[in-house]
Design a protein around this ligand. Structure first.
Ligand code: ZN
Ligand code: ZN
Length: 483
């Protein structure tokens, strides 16, 4: 999830608290260029200049470095001399959850994805505590997040994990970004939401009050610990909630499984879910972004979903969107099928019939009589030389089929061979027989929709199901060569 404003002078993005150069704009107008003196589209952006030893500092967004790294470090040092009383600790944890939900249930699921609707009181609460997480305004955050979903893993993704784990975590905020690079998204619905517009317009006041003043006031008025509230429920809590939500962009695109689609980077993992109040089922989320849930199983950890569901019960949230199970299971099945196809592609199924050389029947008989261990089953010639001694039915049985049409023998005349035997036999194929009765057998197999009915998997390999091998005959015709 994004945090601070990465660049200044972005024509498409309104400046946030961390923008040092862009002037505040009273009414959001995302698609109109801001008349910004410092933004000159003709001048190359600093990111278009290669980083050197002389100019590296110009690539760094120093304000964000101070806000994301500097202040928390100062907070950690000051905390060493600040006693932590238990009430402040409990309050810090509670406020961590509130501000975390402001991001996950508010910024993310309500505003970026409109996965449910909220009543005005809930919207105001989420906009306030979300501001307290110090991750930029709803409007700016949701805009980048929609670009992240629309252009996942591409150059237009503001925090593409393809640029490295640390980059996707917070490198994208610590280094300046070229505003022209980030993909465009439609945020007209957010511009029509008075809560979003109000929060954006008064963002600096919101972040200062909800990020630092409010947590200090609660601790101060409650049990007289103003400074402890400021350090623990304010600064350090901001640090933890920021780092936790940044994990959705880094960890959730790097660690875990891909049960729904593995063509892009999002992944599902319990650890990410634990860290991010349930946003860790990210493979599901990228497939079904407007579902109010990230975890769909009852036993998976998704407290954000539980919170939204509880708000619905209290009458504060409504229109919770949910994809039909049928759609979810289709996606899961297709991904499983893809994995199966990859496994199938690694197995030896024998030379495809259409790639085998054609042999005359007489030639087959001749070669078999002259010592080559050839057995014809269903019009296909198999070289069983390496298998004769290992034949479970004994050497003599297999030898009795050499130079003959062993179709009937193999399919119950002597022994009704197992599925595994048909599979193994197919790996010994060396040719197909032209003419005569044997081809009729093969044609019949074709009519029975066996090997010749070509069903190909995603890897382009034929799918050969048990019992469908071309050598398998339920009712083999009597043939001249059969025993
Ligand atoms: Zn993502
Ligand atoms: Zn999302």
């Amino acid at each position: 999830m994004p945090s601070h404003q990465p660049t200044s002078g972005d024509p498409a993005v309104k400046p946030e608290f961390s923008s040092s150069t862009a002037p505040a704009q009273s009414k959001p107008a995302p698609e109109e260029p801001v008349r910004n003196k410092k933004y000159d589209p003709k001048k190359p952006h600093i990111t278009e200049t290669p980083m050197t030893r002389k100019n590296w500092y110009k690539h760094v967004n120093w304000l964000n470095v101070f806000l994301i790294v500097g202040i928390p470090m100062i907070g950690c040092v000051v905390a060493l001399w600040t006693p932590l009383c238990w009430q402040t600790l409990v309050w810090s944890v509670i406020y961590y959850y509130w501000t975390g939900f402001g991001i996950t249930a508010g910024y993310h699921r309500l505003w970026a994805h409109t996965s449910y609707s909220a009543t005005l009181p809930l919207k105001i609460f989420l906009a306030a505590v979300g501001g307290g997480a110090v991750e930029g305004s709803i409007r700016w955050w949701a805009r980048d997040h929609r670009a992240h979903h629309r252009y996942t893993d591409t150059d237009k993704d503001p925090y593409s994990v393809r640029k490295g784990l640390l980059y996707s975590h917070f490198g994208w905020m610590l280094m300046k970004q070229n505003p022209k690079r980030i993909g465009r998204t439609d945020i007209s619905d957010l511009n029509d939401d008075p809560v979003v517009v109000w929060q954006h317009k008064h963002y600096l006041s919101v972040v200062f009050f909800m990020g630092l003043v409010f947590p200090s006031l609660v601790a101060g008025l409650g049990w007289g610990d103003y400074f402890g509230g400021f350090i623990y429920a304010g600064i350090l809590r901001i640090f933890f909630v920021q780092q936790a939500t940044f994990c959705v962009n880094s960890l959730a695109h790097w660690l875990g499984d891909q049960p729904f689609d593995d063509r892009n980077s999002p992944r599902d993992h319990l650890i990410t879910a634990l860290v991010t109040l349930g946003e860790g089922y990210h493979n599901f989320h990228h497939e079904f972004p407007s579902d109010y849930r990230n975890a769909i199983e009852w036993f998976q950890y998704d407290p954000t979903k539980w919170a939204i569901w509880s708000w619905k019960k209290l009458g504060l949230a409504y229109d919770l969107k949910q994809f039909r199970n049928n759609e979810i299971e289709k996606g899961r099945l297709q991904q499983q099928q893809k994995k199966l196809d990859q496994k199938r592609g690694k197995l030896d199924w024998g030379v495809p019939l259409d790639q085998l050389p054609v042999m005359e029947w007489d030639d087959y008989v001749d070669q078999a009589n002259n010592g080559r261990a050839l057995v014809a089953v269903a019009g296909i010639v198999h070289d069983v030389t390496d298998f004769v001694n290992d034949h479970p039915g004994g050497k003599n049985m297999i030898r009795s089929g050499m130079g003959k049409d062993a179709t009937a023998m193999f399919n119950g005349g002597v022994y009704n061979h197992s599925n595994a035997a048909h599979n193994l036999l197919s790996t010994m194929r060396v040719g197909v027989i032209r003419g005569g009765m044997e081809v009729e057998v093969w044609k019949r197999a074709a009519q029975e929709n066996k090997d010749t009915m070509i069903i190909k998997d995603g890897e382009g390999n034929k799918i050969l199901r048990a019992g469908n091998q071309v050598t398998k005959m339920v009712d083999p015709p009597a043939s001249a060569g059969a025993a």
